[in-house]
Write a protein of this length. Structure first.
Length: 243
């Protein structure tokens, strides 16, 4: 007798779990944190200056009637909490929801998903970061996947890099998905700024950190060829039942 179909996981949940499983297989622990966060952990402790545009009302949901409290704008907010309560060396990933106060369109939602990675030990470097992400994308997209780094700026890392992965569709030859470049921008990363280590109670003269943050929604859209992020949250069974 045929088993009755009882439902299945949302494509976002499927990809989230796939990513988490890959990092766990690479020796990472999974950490968790609150979606309602203090300004301190979301911004100050991450070396985001008071006058940084990310603090602008346009980007952040502030909690009404509770001073200096926000809906976290990135999973990086968990970093300092974790450092305050754990001794290096450690390797963690933090999957979860984040929030931005902005107009929604095909590529922007007010709520989306990130996975943060943080490695702290006495001798990590950008070379380790590239190794980790290379292995991760090979697990996710297959043996031919490769990553490259481009210099970038984020207040919580120094130096900061933008990570591109070779295009899943054309393997680097050039197509409409990668806009003929052969590469797709997938995450921001870098060497953790000494101020951030210090905020977490870790001696930056003894330890170094590397960190990365990936937008899960964008990976899901790339993987399945979905061109509007809002479809992931509309609860429309015509979309969800395709996976
Ligand atoms: Zn391509």
């Amino acid at each position: 007798m045929e088993e009755k179909l009882k439902g299945h996981l949302h494509p976002l949940t499927q990809v989230m779990r796939e990513i988490v499983d890959s990092f766990v297989a690479m020796g990472f622990e999974v950490a968790d944190g609150s979606e309602v966060e203090s300004e301190h952990y979301n911004f100050d402790a991450l070396n985001v200056p008071k006058d940084h545009p990310a603090r602008d009302m346009q980007d952040t949901f502030w909690v009404k009637d509770v001073p200096q409290t926000v809906l976290r704008t990135h999973t990086s907010a968990v970093q300092v909490h974790y450092m305050e309560t754990h001794q290096p060396p450690f390797k963690i990933i933090v999957p979860g929801k984040v929030y931005r106060y902005e107009a929604t369109d095909a590529t922007h939602e007010t709520q989306f998903h990130q996975i943060e990675g943080l490695v702290v030990s006495e001798n990590v470097s950008l070379a380790h970061l590239k190794d980790i992400l290379d292995e991760f994308f090979k697990r996710l997209y297959g043996a031919t996947a490769t990553v490259r780094m481009r210099p970038s700026y984020f207040p919580f890392v120094e130096p900061g890099v933008e990570i591109d992965v070779s295009c899943v569709k054309c393997s680097g030859a050039g197509c409409n998905v990668c806009k003929q470049t052969g590469w797709i921008e997938v995450m921001g990363a870098g060497v953790v700024h000494p101020n951030v280590l210090q905020a977490g109670g870790i001696d930056p003269r003894k330890y170094r950190g590397i960190a990365f943050g990936v937008g899960v929604d964008r990976l899901v859209m790339q993987k399945y060829g979905i061109d509007d992020v809002r479809l992931l949250y509309a609860g429309d069974l015509r979309l969800v039942n395709q996976f």
